[in-house]
Design a protein around this ligand. Structure first.
Ligand code: GDP
Ligand code: MG
Length: 405
């Protein structure tokens, strides 16, 4: 089987080629508006296990006309200049980067539906009684915490209230905050890059428009700053502009982007990239994929194919299947994760868009139901706005101590 793969030219001998030029409109359209539904992507054709052949063919086919592997990070002329790329990647009205530490979380999550449904709750119900617990229950359910987690939280408070553990509503709020942090603690396991994996392969998956490509851009910045050598694979081959969007992020961070252009086989792109990453001794490879609905069986199978093809070059790859979930999604996030996990074996989560209108509660529901590590949280659109998931900062921002009066 491996002889099949060797037909592929050695990546270092690949001719550097300039990525295609895109108009500002095309690039802007690569960034879908929030909450768009996944369009009907064409079902990938061909034998699911034939991506290696596709990779070999693409490499040998001079007419493929796609972006080959640049020997060095793409040159400055290949994509729009920095000022333009800012306009493409970050909306003009985007807020400045969030402040560091807890205050950044607090500023960004202040307007969450979670914080709003608890606002005034304790001053309206200063007495320790069932009415207070009922209101807390309603607020948790409204914020998307879900029935099982809400019931467990409220029953714990009820028991302790009956045992006269709380002197006042303020003490009960402190207990609720601690319970919420405890619910998240088991999933607060940061992503550790295994230095023995060369490269450590991160496959990003998720529904369309959730923030996969943006998160990859943010991660590229983070990993670069940590001194990792990096490569990105443009596996969202459905739209040319989606490839270009990743190339702009790559350009911004001085990171090589492996791409074959629009309509290329996503598994073949991933395969090419892993082969190139191995040849260069790259430490981290992040592969983008097209958004797909968890209900689209053909596309979900394509993820399985990408996994299998990567596994042919490195049985341990992908080392992380990172599912990006839009924090504004609500309870539907649970069925998304269930399906993606069944198909692709999700090993970590990123919850994005926790700034803005996100209710935030779905994070607790996900933690309770799946126990899959939450690696990062997106709290804004700028490259700096990706935080290692921090349960204390998160709960402190959703449910400030000051709400207890
Ligand atoms: N407010 C906010 N917007 C985000 C965040 N992450 C991504 N976005 C925006 O979500 C939109 C879709 O992002 P994109 O990365 O293209 O999604 P993809 O289809 O999953 O690759 C873009 O407008 C991003 O700027 C976040 O943490 N907060
Ligand atoms: Mg994308």
């Amino acid at each position: 089987m491996l002889s099949f793969f060797r037909r592929k030219k050695a990546p270092d001998t690949a001719t550097p080629a300039k990525p295609p030029q895109f108009s500002a409109e095309e690039l802007t359209s690569a960034v879908p508006p929030p909450e768009v539904q996944a369009p009907e992507y064409p079902t990938p054709s061909g034998d699911l296990d034939d991506a290696a052949a596709a990779a070999a063919t693409a490499a040998d086919d001079a007419t493929a006309g796609t972006v080959a592997l640049p020997a060095e990070p793409a040159d400055a002329g290949a994509v729009p200049a920095a000022a333009d790329s800012d306009a493409v990647l970050i909306p003009a009205n985007a807020a400045p980067a969030a402040a560091a530490g807890k205050s950044g979380w607090r500023d960004r999550l202040r307007n969450s539906a979670f914080a709003r449904s608890f606002g005034g709750l304790f001053s309206r119900n200063p007495r320790l009684d069932d009415d207070l617990l009922d209101e807390i229950e309603t607020a948790l359910l409204t914020a998307d915490v879900g029935v099982p987690a809400t019931t467990a939280l409220v029953e714990d408070l009820r028991k302790r209230m009956k045992a006269r553990e709380f002197a006042d509503a303020r003490a009960l709020l402190a207990a609720l905050r601690a319970d919420l942090v405890a619910l998240l603690q088991p999933v607060a396991r940061p992503l550790l890059i295994d230095g023995d994996a060369k490269p450590f392969v991160i496959l990003t998956v998720g529904v369309n428009g959730v923030g996969k490509t943006t998160t990859i851009g943010k991660l590229a910045k983070r990993f670069k700053e940590q001194g990792h050598s990096l490569m990105l694979a443009a596996g969202d081959t459905f739209r040319a502009a989606a490839v270009a969007q990743l190339q702009v992020w790559g350009e911004r961070n001085g990171v090589t982007v492996v791409a074959q252009g629009q309509n290329a086989d996503a598994a073949s792109v991933a395969f090419d990239a892993l082969q190139a990453g191995k040849a260069r001794g790259t430490s981290v490879l992040i592969a983008d994929t097209a958004g797909r609905l968890h209900t689209q069986a053909g596309l979900m199978n394509e993820l399985g194919k990408i996994r299998r093809v990567l596994g042919k070059l490195d049985p341990a790859a992908p080392h992380e299947v990172l599912m990006v979930i839009d924090g504004t999604t609500g309870q539907n996030a649970l069925s998304q994760l269930r399906q993606f996990h069944a198909t692709a074996g999700v090993t970590g989560l990123v919850v994005t868009k926790l700034d803005g209108t996100a209710k935030g509660g779905v994070v607790f529901a996900l933690a309770r139901e799946f126990g899959i590590p939450i690696r990062f949280a997106g709290i804004g659109e700028r490259p700096e706005d990706l935080r290692v998931f921090d349960p204390e900062a998160f709960v402190d921002a959703l449910l400030p101590e000051a709400l207890g009066g």
